[in-house]
Design a protein around this ligand. Structure first.
Ligand SMILES: Nc1ncnc2c1ncn2[C@@H]1O[C@H](COP(=O)(O)OP(=O)(O)OP(=O)(O)O)[C@@H](O)[C@H]1O
Length: 305
């Protein structure tokens, strides 16, 4: 069951809950449709006598993308584990919605004997996914992450980066409502990092994403809400505007009349038979396909914010 946002519930004294613009009414549209999936009030977590989290008050709404940052040992992983239910509070109160959670741990387990292929199929099976659908999904992730040649390799023999890729794939395969990622870019090369960001941007449209990171690129590309922790406490919780990334496509059109068929695209004729099209990054592939189908040839493709 999801927890419903009710103004009375979150109004009042709790400064941190009210600092969330979604709930404080600054983002009215979102408030109308979004529900809380996690609420913590004055939560502390003690492990073996150590307070790893202290006095945590936090509210997460469905559909948010949140980055948790902080120095080493500040409590980022502990907070993500608290949100996901791996940790339960020692003190304070928690409410969690029932959710299908995909979790990418900071360190992938070292001693898994299964091959990548068997492991991913097993995870999918445990999550109750249909065999046929899942085969296609696994194939496409294997392709995106370029791990085809290691499919039959036992996981414990794979490189750190390959294990990290498998860690991400197993979480996404579950088609989760909530994706928790603990430092997901660690150990990945630049190309794979960009692919992970792109994948998460696609998931962010209809999935709640919470990640811990030291990488500014992940924060600026993905997370409008940034929580900072220090010594197990939340020391700031703020929102930034993420400017949508656009792709600018320049294309030669066989004849100008084609442009009348493309009125739904932001386009202008810059020379005879040459059009410039601005599209949101996530729509770019679709628009490129349409242009090519109309017989256009692509001259240039560049990104801008
Ligand atoms: N299971 C545990 N037992 C004892 N102490 C723990 C445990 N888990 C975390 N801690 C302690 O809690 C503090 C926060 O750890 P946590 O892993 O949450 O930090 P982090 O911000 O994720 O660190 P890093 O950036 O280095 O991964 C650290 O001092 C750590 O030693």
């Amino acid at each position: 069951m999801l927890l419903k946002i009710e103004d009375e519930q979150i109004g009042g004294n709790d400064k941190l809950l009210n600092s969330n613009p979604i709930q404080s009414g600054k983002i009215k549209e979102k408030q109308r449709f979004y529900m809380d999936i996690f609420k913590a009030r004055k939560v502390s977590k003690e492990i073996a006598g150590v307070k790893v989290l202290q006095d945590i008050s936090l509210c997460v709404s469905q559909g948010e993308t949140i980055a948790i940052k902080g120095t080493n040992g500040s409590g980022k992983s502990s907070l993500i584990k608290l949100i996901g239910g791996i940790y339960e509070p020692s003190y304070g109160n928690i409410e969690r919605a029932e959710m299908n959670i995909g979790y990418v741990p900071e360190h992938f387990p070292e001693n898994i004997r299964f091959s990548i292929n068997d492991y991913l199929h097993l995870i999918a099976k445990i999550s109750g996914k249909l065999e046929q659908k899942i085969n296609k999904k696994i194939e496409s992730y294997v392709d995106v992450f370029a791990i085809g040649e290691f499919l039959q390799t036992p996981l414990r023999k794979c490189s750190k980066g390959t294990k990290q890729k498998v860690g991400i794939i197993q979480a996404l395969l579950k088609e989760p409502d909530l994706i928790l990622l603990d430092e997901p870019l660690t150990g990945l090369d630049q190309t794979t990092q960009s692919k992970v960001i792109k994948l998460l941007q696609a998931f962010a449209n209809n999935t709640t994403i919470i990640l811990t990171t030291h990488e500014q690129v992940l924060i600026s590309e993905l997370a409008p809400r940034i929580i900072e922790v220090d010594k197990g406490k939340i020391i700031s919780d703020s929102f930034v505007e993420i400017k949508e990334k656009l792709n600018i496509i320049k294309a030669k059109v066989p004849q100008n009349s084609i442009l009348q068929e493309l009125t739904f695209i932001d386009q202008k004729l810059i020379e005879e038979n040459t059009v410039e099209v601005k599209v949101p990054f996530t729509e770019s592939d679709k628009v490129l396909k349409i242009l090519l189908e109309q017989g256009c040839s692509i001259i240039e493709l560049k990104e801008m914010r």
